[in-house]
Design a protein around this ligand. Structure first.
Ligand code: ZN
Length: 686
């Protein structure tokens, strides 16, 4: 690993912070923390932490010695001075005289020592930093160090690689005990440049930000160099019987199996989002004959346990063309996983006093021989974090096995970490949104109604995929919604394009729960004289387009077995034809019946089908020029033309979007048509 320190960048950040009254030491602390945070083989997703000791003036104007530590769960790559809360060192140091600090008191003790009482909670490893005397302390969970210390013979590896340059701290759970132990080991050997925390990570320290950072890089490099020597070839592969089923077939089956019925709301499910990863290193790992041993031996570093649990779920090889067998095997494996998790919880909770509440027992990582791995979470972000940590585990365990044999901390130690209140607090931020865990696909998504609908579903908590013919416009629109919104090119007049687009959605999120079939275009012509070609073109898009999209969605929904929701943008033309709008209204009328057909035939599978009849909405079909022309022809203002309905209110794309969301949430409603037209008696459904 190379040092990324640049004197020029360091000076630039010192100069920039000087303008804000922040001194050079803290500026450089921020700089080197970001350097460490940008390297995924050192820290991932809130792991690791750094500190600086300094003098500050407290709220009463007294100069006080403090330690500024990274906030709990904060991302080192994006750290700034507001995420480095300052704590009074004298108060923290007094704690060392105690025999122990109860878990329930620790957060309060730390909060009590904060200079700014409103500051974010400091890292759970704050005392480790406070009890060491150095001005700068850096702590990471470097993969290379983990590969050498997640071993039965970790002492030998450490002695071989570091000699007397590093203090070796046997595994102890993070918190007060580790801080006392680490400081004690340092004090016996005050010349060491850092500490190896066995089966956990590495600490380096120094008098300057650069010294502490470059010691980290050097010590990790020594570990990497050891891992490159005397390697044995891993892993011996298990035979794969025949061709493997594609991801598009596997993911919906898996997602359905690990979804859980809501006990309180009939028809509701708790579904995960799936983040799929594969590649030579992952395949080498999941295809190994001894996968069950090394993959289920435990976490590579303790703080991963709250995100990915202590073991992954391991599936059988999904053989192509045998989905029924794969589903049965997956159900069996998932049931065993959950039962084992429950017994693990019961066993260790009894030992720990019985006060814990079991978290969701479903797996967070799934390994599929022949295919790759999945990270699971209730949002795409949580799934991404799980997949990143699983990929890190693949790398760390592979290297550990190449030079020795991977060993983790004990099951009891993992339980204590998983149910440590300070760790669970990192997950406690998520207030559940109504469509959390659901995957919504919107067609015609680059248009006004499509974008508004995708936004509304995202705001309700769903993951969204925007499908449209115009790829560039769709990508631009997806970026306005969120970084996780997916943009996919899709021509709904082509069955192959629809299939490919849905495969892409499944690859990104694991399945499909809601489809808003919205793509459409208006053709005009007097029905007795219109060219048949025009009528056929309109049917191709405004009827068959909806049918292709619904059919592709239903296939995935049936594989998941967790119901689903089909939503169609029909039109008031379907029930209240306008002159010369036959080519548009006729296929829309057929689509209205299509909604009922789906509602009838798939209700038993929990798949609902509903529609929105909107009218007079500014969009690609009703452009500003067209509105100008029509209002002029009728001798009314544009505003009066647009709000020419019973309520006298203009209908917006957002109104249509909210109607779709309402239908998605109405679990007892199917075959419904909701009018969003401000009131038009002639278009009212009987
Ligand atoms: Zn740590």
């Amino acid at each position: 690993m190379k040092s990324a320190w640049s004197e020029r960048d360091a000076q630039a950040i010192v100069d920039r912070y000087a303008h804000e009254g922040v001194g050079p030491d803290l500026a450089l602390r921020i700089y080197s923390t970001r350097l460490l945070g940008c390297e995924p083989s050192l820290v991932l997703h809130g792991g690791g932490n750094t500190s600086i000791k300094a003098l500050t003036t407290d709220l009463l104007g007294e100069v006080t010695e403090v330690v500024c530590v990274k906030a709990s769960g904060g991302d080192m790559a994006a750290i700034d001075e507001t995420r480095m809360p300052a704590l009074r060192l004298d108060r923290l140091r007094k704690l060392r005289a105690l025999d122990s600090v109860p878990d329930e008191d620790m957060a309060l003790v730390l909060r009590d020592a904060l200079i700014d009482p409103m500051a974010p909670s400091p890292s759970v490893e704050t005392l480790l930093h406070a009890f060491l005397p150095h001005k700068f302390v850096d702590h990471t969970h470097a993969n290379a160090v983990l590969s050498l210390t997640d071993q039965e013979d970790s002492d030998l590896f450490c002695a071989d690689v570091y000699g007397s340059r590093m203090g070796i701290v046997p595994y102890i759970m993070p918190g007060f005990g580790l801080a006392v132990r680490a400081a004690g080991i340092y004090e016996i050997k005050p010349k060491v440049e850092g500490l190896i925390l066995q089966k956990h990570g590495i600490v380096t320290f120094g008098a300057s930000a650069r010294e502490s950072y470059e010691r980290m890089i050097e010590m990790v490099t020594l570990a990497e160099e050891r891992l490159a020597k005397n390697r044995k070839a891993v892993f011996v592969p298990a035979p794969i019987p025949g061709p493997v089923a594609p991801l598009a077939d596997v993911a919906p089956i898996l997602r359905g199996v690990v979804s859980v019925k809501d006990e309180h709301i009939e028809g509701a499910w708790r579904r995960p989002i799936l983040d799929f990863r594969t590649g030579p290193a992952i395949l080498n790992f999941v295809n190994g004959a001894e996968l069950a041993r090394y993959a289920q031996a435990g976490v590579v570093t303790p703080d991963h346990v709250i995100r990915i649990k202590i073991w992954p779920l391991i599936l059988s090889v999904p053989e192509a063309g045998r989905p029924v067998e794969f589903k049965r095997n997956t159900q069996r494996a998932a049931t065993t996983f959950v039962e084992y998790y429950k017994s693990y919880f019961a066993r260790h909770n009894a030992r720990a006093g019985g006060a814990n509440k079991m978290v969701d027992p479903q797996p967070r990582v799934v390994l599929v021989p022949g295919l790759g791995l999945f990270g699971l979470g209730h949002t795409s972000r949580a799934a991404m974090i799980a997949a990143d940590l699983a990929t890190c585990a693949v790398e760390t365990i592979t290297d550990a096995e190449a030079v020795g044999r991977f060993v983790s901390i004990s099951e009891a130690e993992m339980f204590d970490m998983e149910y440590w209140p300070q760790e669970q607090a990192k997950l406690a931020d998520a207030s559940e949104q109504p469509l959390a865990g659901q995957i919504a696909v919107v067609t015609g998504a680059a248009g006004a109604i499509g974008v508004a609908t995708a936004k509304a579903f995202k705001e309700a908590g769903a993951e969204v995929a925007l499908l449209d013919l115009d790829e560039t416009a769709t990508e631009a629109k997806a970026r306005t919604i969120s970084p996780a919104a997916l943009a996919v090119r899709c021509d709904v007049t082509s069955a192959a394009s629809v299939r490919a687009a849905f495969n892409e959605v499944v690859a990104a999120f694991g399945g499909v729960d809601i489809v808003v079939s919205n793509a459409g275009a208006a053709w005009q012509g007097r029905i007795g004289e219109v060219d048949e070609e025009v009528l056929r073109k309109s049917f191709e898009l405004n009827f068959y387009g909806h049918q292709r999209v619904a059919q592709a969605a239903v296939k995935i929904m049936l594989a998941q077995g967790t119901g689903g929701c089909l939503l169609f943008n029909v039109s008031k033309q379907a029930v209240n034809p306008g002159a010369n709008f036959g080519p548009y209204g006729l296929p829309k009328a057929a689509t209205l019946l299509l909604v009922r057909q789906y509602a009838l035939e798939y209700g038993a599978e929990g798949i609902r089908a509903n529609a929105v009849n909107a009218d007079r909405v500014r969009s690609g079909l009703l452009t500003d020029d067209f509105i100008k022309e029509r209002s002029k022809a009728r001798g009314v203002s544009e505003k009066d033309y647009m709000s020419g309905n019973l309520l006298g209110r203009e209908v917006t794309p957002e109104d249509v979007a909210q109607a779709f969301v309402a239908q998605a949430l109405a679990l007892k409603t199917t075959a419904d048509v909701m009018t969003v037209d401000g009131g038009n008696i002639a278009a009212a459904l009987r």
